[in-house]
Design a protein around this ligand. Structure first.
Ligand SMILES: [Zn+2]
Length: 298
């Protein structure tokens, strides 16, 4: 088998059809997501503050295993924790953008969305010295203007949509949906690296009481990681070069019992022979012509 990245020979992972990739991503929301919920009192602020306590723990775990990851950082977080944000980039993790103050871009007017995107890009560039190449929408929703704005600002990929589980795909100009059916948009020059709520630690683990309801969370992290492993095993069995993308939040995964479970999961994933990649590396693979996530059941 040839590695689509380098053209060099690559060992076929045991039990796998055609190898696979795992993208470990973190959303470093810190105080911004509590601000976006209007939860501005001392304890929600401190929950956001805990994200910064957890980041060095995560970097230690990742570095011990040589795992590159992608961190989606709101402009507000970068300005609040510039040293930590620079450390992410300095330790060769990818820093991508995640709104400015965790805005729901689908609820913004196009002019507001443009201003927020520019502000967030300026903040990341000021802190890291580099423009990010990827975007993830806070709350995982895009407006009809988002894809065009991301292309216009030079972003290479988005990671907010749920149209596949193992295959990155082209983002489209807005689809038109009415009672006659759907008129699909055209490929817009931006790659989608899809996500899923079932591959996000927040709904499994975080206890949240808001005016709109209660999210119980607080489940056994082993149960969450077992689901993620099963998704990986299905991918490795039936897909060639699939990409499994998981999302975690430092303030959620950064507690002791969850970190121990994360360590066990990373070691289990590594034992499958997959390659850990950043989102930007996925974009590089696609740009080089790799077909990722081809369904080829046994
Ligand atoms: Zn977020």
């Amino acid at each position: 088998m040839r590695n689509p990245d380098t053209g060099t020979a690559r060992t076929r992972p045991s039990g796998a059809q055609g190898g696979g990739y795992v993208c470990v991503t973190f959303d470093f929301d810190a105080l911004s997501s509590w601000m976006a919920r209007g939860m501005l009192t001392a304890t929600p602020r401190s929950r956001g503050e805990f994200a910064a306590v957890a980041v060095p723990r995560l970097l230690h775990i990742l570095e011990a295993r040589g795992i590159p990851t992608t961190w989606f950082v709101p402009g507000h977080t970068a300005l609040t924790f510039p040293e930590l944000t620079r450390e992410l980039a300095g330790r060769r993790h990818e820093v991508a953008v995640h709104g400015h103050a965790h805005e729901n871009v689908a609820a913004l007017e196009p002019a507001e969305e443009r201003a927020v995107l520019q502000r967030s890009l300026d903040a990341l560039q000021e802190v890291t010295g580099e423009l990010p190449r990827g975007f993830r929408a806070p709350a995982w929703d895009l407006s009809d203007a988002s894809v065009g704005l991301l292309v216009e600002h030079g972003l290479r990929y988005d990671s907010s949509l749920m149209g596949h589980d193992y295959a990155p795909y082209p983002c489209r100009t807005p689809d038109v949906l009415d009672e006659a059916g759907v008129r699909w948009g055209e490929p817009a020059g931006l790659l989608e690296i899809p996500v899923a709520w079932s591959l996000d630690d927040f709904p499994y683990l975080e206890f949240l009481r808001t005016p709109s309801g209660l999210m119980p969370g607080l489940r056994d992290p082993g149960e969450m990681f077992a689901n993620w492993t099963a998704d990986l095993d299905y991918m490795l069995r039936d897909f060639d070069h699939g990409v499994l993308t998981v999302t975690m939040h430092p303030e959620v995964i950064g507690r002791g019992h969850r970190l121990l479970a994360l360590e066990r999961w990373l070691d289990e994933v590594a034992s499958r022979g997959v390659e850990f990649v950043t989102c930007e590396q996925v974009a590089d693979l696609v740009a080089a012509g790799a077909e990722l996530g081809r369904y080829r059941p046994v």
